[in-house]
Design a binder for this molecule. Structure first.
Ligand code: ATP
Ligand code: MG
Length: 431
């Protein structure tokens, strides 16, 4: 026998019942997005490589070393599996001129691809929910997006996710800060690590975000961007904070919070948990007013964020809040040809009234079929043997509570099942 092929490292299969828990999670997410007026958008998983270099920034980790890029063998086009969704979303918005009649609130969900070192909470194919509001300049939408997240944690039953916010100001403010920051870091160049030296003149802000403990003292004492913000930037930031306070959502201003993507300005935020080890950021986002123009559109403000689904699922598990995988309602057991044909009819009649039904296939003894019925998680087995088939009847056998089986006419099966499944609470209590 030849060897079984394996999935690519860092790219996971999501199997039942995990996949079903994901679906439950996704339902909650869809309802939540709808309740804030966000509408779905679906973009391709593959985009022209220059889109990401232009949007995310050529000297970011993502573009420098994490992208799955390849050349289309047929036409030589440079293509990339999307490492994130904002660039694609903005590309789509511009391509289809979606802002012509005012601001848009959009969301998407799906796989993203980054060539990172796989570890717990960090994969090469991972999944995000992306939320983008385009065309709105005020601190109100920033604040609402942050409050939205707080509501989602609540909807999911999650606790203890901390909010950190910062303001990256505007380009001119960042430029002045950057000059001072480089001058400061140059004085400490001997102490910087390799990453730090490499970024010193390309992306010094990212050095402030270093996880290297040896550098903490240096970055603590570095010039803080927030001290360079002008009046308008500060007012915007205060506006966000005011609305967070009004809503009673606690936060911490973290002056060293920066994002790994170049397109952010003003508000940035992260939601972080201590319960997932090093990969504790479950949600990150902020304002990216420059991106639309950077991608060739008429300048328009925008802000958004992305949730890491794997990390949220891990947190749900850690907090014992994993949504339950659903089970079918009914498993139909049968033996003999006439019984099989009746079983098919009975199952369809049950689906007509909204039941989820597995009809046994593959034959076998009643005993082995009942084992399958039990393993399916169904509440009820419908049993059709030769005798039932002859009389046009079916037997009902509850699988999750102790009760003798009983017979009904097939014509009355749907009613009987309906009563048992959905009207049976009282009957059970009485017993
Ligand atoms: P990190 O600092 O953890 O690398 P990031 O700044 O690269 O995160 P973003 O690009 O802002 O992350 O993505 C938003 C969210 O997507 C992250 O907060 C995280 O929850 C999730 N995420 C990012 N990269 C991965 C990955 N490789 N595997 C799993 N989840 C990820
Ligand atoms: Mg990253």
């Amino acid at each position: 026998m030849s060897q079984i092929l394996q999935a690519i490292r860092g790219m996971n299969d999501i199997l039942p019942p995990e996949s079903e828990r994901w679906e439950r999670f996704e339902e909650t997410v869809r309802d939540w997005l709808f309740s804030y007026g966000y509408r779905p958008i679906r973009m391709p998983l593959v985009e022209p490589t220059p889109l990401f270099a232009r949007a995310i920034g050529a000297v970011t980790d993502i573009v420098e070393k994490e992208m799955y890029s390849f050349t289309d063998a047929l036409n030589g086009e440079a293509l990339t599996l999307r490492p994130e969704g904002t660039a694609s979303c903005v590309r789509a918005v511009l391509q289809h001129n979606l802002l012509y009649d005012g601001p848009k609130r959009l969301w998407y969900m799906g796989p993203m691809f980054r060539h990172e070192r796989p570890q717990k909470g960090r994969y090469r194919q991972f999944h995000q929910v992306g939320v983008e509001a385009l065309g709105l300049p005020g601190p109100d939408i920033d604040a609402e997006q942050i409050l939205m997240c707080a509501r989602l944690w609540d909807d999911l039953g999650l606790e203890g996710i901390r909010l950190e916010i910062n303001s990256l100001g505007e380009l001119e403010e960042r430029t002045r800060h950057r000059a001072d920051l480089i001058a400061y870091l140059e004085k400490h160049i001997e102490e910087l690590d390799e990453d730090g030296r490499r970024r010193l003149h390309t992306n010094p802000l990212r050095i402030l975000d270093t996880k290297n403990p040896a550098l903490q003292e240096i970055v603590e004492a570095a010039p803080k961007l927030i001290d360079y913000l002008g009046k308008a930037s500060l007012e915007h930031f205060e506006g966000v904070q005011q609305l967070l306070e009004d809503a009673g959502v606690p936060y911490r201003v973290n002056p060293r919070l920066v994002r790994g993507l170049d397109y952010y300005n003003l508000t940035v935020f992260e939601w972080v948990t201590d319960r997932l080890g090093a990969q504790g950021t479950v949600c990150a986002g902020g304002r990216y007013d420059g991106l639309i123009a950077q991608l060739g559109g008429k300048p328009a403000p925008a802000c958004g964020f992305a949730l890491g689904i794997e990390r949220l699922m891990a947190l749900l598990e850690a907090q014992g809040e994993l949504p339950e995988a659903p089970a079918v309602d009914v498993y139909v057991v049968h033996q003999g040809e006439a019984a099989q044909r009746l079983a098919f009819r009975a199952a369809e009649a049950l689906r007509d009234i909204g039941c989820a039904v597995i009809t046994h296939m593959g034959g076998g003894s009643f005993k082995s079929q009942m084992k399958r019925a039990d393993a399916s998680g169904a509440q009820l087995a419908v049993i059709i043997g030769e005798d039932e088939a002859q009389k046009n009847e079916a037997s009902l056998k509850p699988l999750r509570v102790e009760r003798e089986q009983w017979r009904v006419a097939v014509d009355g099966l749907a009613d009987a099942v309906n009563d048992w499944l959905f009207g049976a609470d009282e009957a059970i209590n009485e017993e």
